[in-house]
Design a protein around this ligand. Structure first.
Ligand code: FES
Length: 109
């Protein structure tokens, strides 16, 4: 399956098998049905969301790179808490996830 996000970028992430344990989350207000066993980053990628944050200076989109908590390219706001690493946070029903413009607290990227 090939998906396009709202910036027109093509994503090629897909599940190998159907998911039996689904949860509903909201990404920038958009409702997404995701696997209840995935991390937030995985759910966003499968949903075609590639830009998790935008560089404050250049405006360039940033997205997950390492998927293991090292690069800090996957920062998002979850339920009002900014700068959380989406690759390390397990998804929970009803989560409200917002993409960010740069790092909101602490060091900027
Ligand atoms: S993808 Fe690298 S820290 Fe999350």
């Amino acid at each position: 399956m090939v998906m396009k996000n709202d910036t027109g970028t093509t994503a090629t992430f897909k599940r190998f098998s159907p998911c039996n344990n689904t949860v509903t989350i909201f990404v920038n207000g958009r409702e997404i049905v995701a696997s209840g066993r995935d991390t937030v980053a995985t759910c966003l990628l499968v949903a075609g969301e590639l830009a998790f944050q935008y560089n404050k200076a250049s405006g360039e989109p940033r997205g997950p790179y390492c998927m293991m908590g090292v690069c800090f390219e996957c920062l998002v706001t979850i339920d009002g808490v900014p700068d959380l690493q989406a690759c390390l946070v397990p998804v929970e029903p009803g989560m409200r996830i917002e993409t960010q413009k740069g790092v909101l607290q602490g060091r900027d990227t």
